[in-house]
Write a protein that binds this ligand. Structure first.
Ligand code: OXD
Ligand code: MN
Length: 572
């Protein structure tokens, strides 16, 4: 039996009193425990074992398939501290609502207490959390995505203060009522209390709504901790790039959801002599050290990647990662293996779609949900960077901002200074995708790709980012990229994937100061790249008039959205 420090036990006792589960289990995070959960779910018909070793298939309720931003709240004491881009609720009012929602919500279920560590065990930047949940699906996903059990308990017992999270699928089972394959509730609430560093999530069992270590802790709560403590919690991948001479530089890159972040994190370069290694594909915690350099860690221990579109062509490393020990959710079943749109050119016969029905190829409906996911261990990544779990983190020399834009934004450009770089981040925008609810295709402003994930006022966030520039610090160079420009016929101009290495190599050499650049008021652009692509010069240039208009519109957006809390330096 595991024990917890008294103060933490008291909080858990309060959760038990509120949720009234039939049973309580403190997870030890062992492989045996993990396998036990999977076996149990398999016997219940919730998980399907697949042909590949350690691989399982899950299907969610069709009403629970993505993050629910409309039900996600920042409950800061003052409304203005949540800012105009978050839903705000008064903490007392929200606690009342939560008390009523959570009251008796675990009747007939077991409560699992998951102590977990975000970040490499040896790294002082790592942080602990406790997720209390009634979902075994959450337990097995947390096992992969975080470091769960003893490792975190040890830190907690040594005095680390965990971020507390209470999660329930919101479907009690009174009087022996039978369970359903994916319990959830029509009413969903994902509430964050930045001042007390607590998370309450009700009604959804899916992804970022339910795996509280990820978006809720590592971004929303961590961003508020980072602001207070002077570091950065960012929606960024981390990669190490090595040039043919063997020099290495690390980059962090922010892209809105479903813009190819995982693919870039695992890029197999199509440029002789260059190597890219992956530290993380979604979240970076970064801090300047005494040597004046910015160091980053990946707080996660796994990949929660979007499956559709992943193939041998788009992401061969991901295809290798998911060959074993992987959980698949909402993909299509293909006999005893899985399939999704984009995996192969032709759709196999006999698929079972993500809703559990025979797939009708003629229907025009996809067989997998567009936000179907794989959950797989970081350690399976064939190009995992050797410093991923280091005590110090990795030194970041370049920060990249990229969106999905059909026009205007060039393939790659370099900001002239940190302020212009912060402007690139603050004005990031992208055409909408399926990771969150809403209409796809619309242009959405997504500063720093953090709109759904910043735990406080974005205007203050910009100021915090700007304030990182200090005497004695080696500021990373900042870049903007866009792989998604289209020609007049609506076809993508840039081949993308492995060829994105050309842009990475240019950025690497720009940091080294060994490239030829075109100077514009808005940043530096490559004169050329050693690749044959129709329309290359078009995407290596900006139309200064069109770009100037975009900049003016962006300033208007920043002013009208963030008002006085938008730093003046971004508006001048
Ligand atoms: C994600 C997202 O799930 O950004 O990583 O939506
Ligand atoms: Mn993400």
């Amino acid at each position: 039996m595991q024990t917890l420090p008294e103060a933490i036990q008291e909080k858990i006792d309060a959760f038990i009193k509120l949720c009234t589960p039939d049973d309580v289990v403190i997870c030890n995070g062992s492989r045996k425990e993990y396998q036990g959960f999977l076996d149990k779910m398999e016997s219940m018909g919730v998980a399907t074992a697949l042909k590949n070793e350690g691989c399982y298939y899950f299907r969610s309720d069709p009403k629970d398939v993505a993050r629910v931003e409309s039900c996600t709240f920042i409950c800061s004491e003052k409304k203005e501290d949540a800012g105009p881009t978050n839903n705000h609720e008064d903490p007392k009012a929200m606690k009342e609502r939560l008390n009523s929602l959570f009251s008796g919500c675990m009747v007939g279920r077991t409560m699992y207490v998951i102590p977990y560590l975000m970040g490499p065990p040896q790294n002082p930047m790592s942080k602990v959390g406790i997720e209390v949940t009634d979902s075994m699906y959450v337990c097995v996903n947390m096992y992969i995505m975080a470091r769960m059990g003893e490792i975190a308990l040890k830190r907690i017992n040594e005095g680390a203060d965990p971020v507390m999270g209470l999660h329930s699928v919101g479907m009690p089972l009174p009087d022996g009522k039978p369970d359903v394959h994916w319990p959830c509730n029509e009413e969903k609430v994902i509430a964050h209390f930045p001042e007390t560093r607590e998370i309450f999530s009700f009604g959804s069992g899916y992804g970022g709504n339910a795996l509280l270590g990820k978006k809720c802790f590592a971004l929303r709560i961590a961003s508020t901790m980072a602001r207070e403590e002077g570091w950065l919690a960012e929606h960024m991948l981390i990669i190490g790039v090595t040039n043919p001479e063997g020099q290495k530089k690390y980059f962090a890159a922010a892209f809105p959801s479903q813009c190819g972040k995982t693919n870039l994190a695992m890029i197999k370069p199509n440029l002789p002599g260059w190597k890219v290694e992956c530290v993380g594909d979604d979240i970076a915690w970064m801090q300047f050290h005494d040597d004046g350099r910015l160091y980053a860690i990946n707080p996660e221990n796994g990949f929660f990647g979007v499956a559709p579109g992943t193939s041998e062509k788009t992401n061969p490393y991901a295809m290798e990662i998911i060959r074993k020990d992987t959980l698949f959710t909402n993909v299509a079943l293909n006999g005893d293996s899985v399939w999704w749109e984009g995996m192969t050119d032709t759709v196999p016969d006999g698929l079972i779609n993500w809703k559990g029905e025979k797939h009708d190829k003629e229907s025009g409906e996809p067989a997998s949900h567009p936000n179907a996911r794989f959950t797989a261990p970081l350690s399976h990544c064939p190009n995992l960077d050797p410093a991923t779990f280091s005590e110090r983190g990795v030194p970041i020399e370049g920060i990249i901002f990229g969106g999905r834009r059909e026009s205007t934004i060039p393939l790659v450009m370099e900001a002239k200074d940190w302020t212009q770089g912060t402007f690139y981040g603050a004005t990031l925008s992208s055409e909408k995708t399926a990771a969150a609810e809403g209409k796809t295709g619309e242009l959405r402003h997504d500063p720093f790709a953090m709109i759904p994930f910043c735990g406080y006022h974005m205007g203050d966030y910009f100021a915090h980012f700007l304030s990182q520039e200090k005497e004695g610090r080696q500021m990373p160079k900042v870049f903007s990229v866009n792989w998604f420009r289209k020609d007049q016929d609506g076809k993508f101009i840039w081949p993308g994937y492995g060829e994105n290495m050309h842009a990475l190599a240019w950025m690497f050499d720009a940091i080294e100061g060994v490239v030829e650049k075109k100077e514009t008021a808005f940043g530096y652009l490559p004169k050329n790249l050693p690749i044959k692509v129709d329309g290359l010069q078009e995407i290596l240039s900006i139309d200064e008039e069109e770009f100037g208009k975009e900049v003016a519109e962006n300033k208007e957006y920043l002013k009208s959205t963030f008002g006085d809390r938008c730093p003046k330096a971004l508006l001048s």
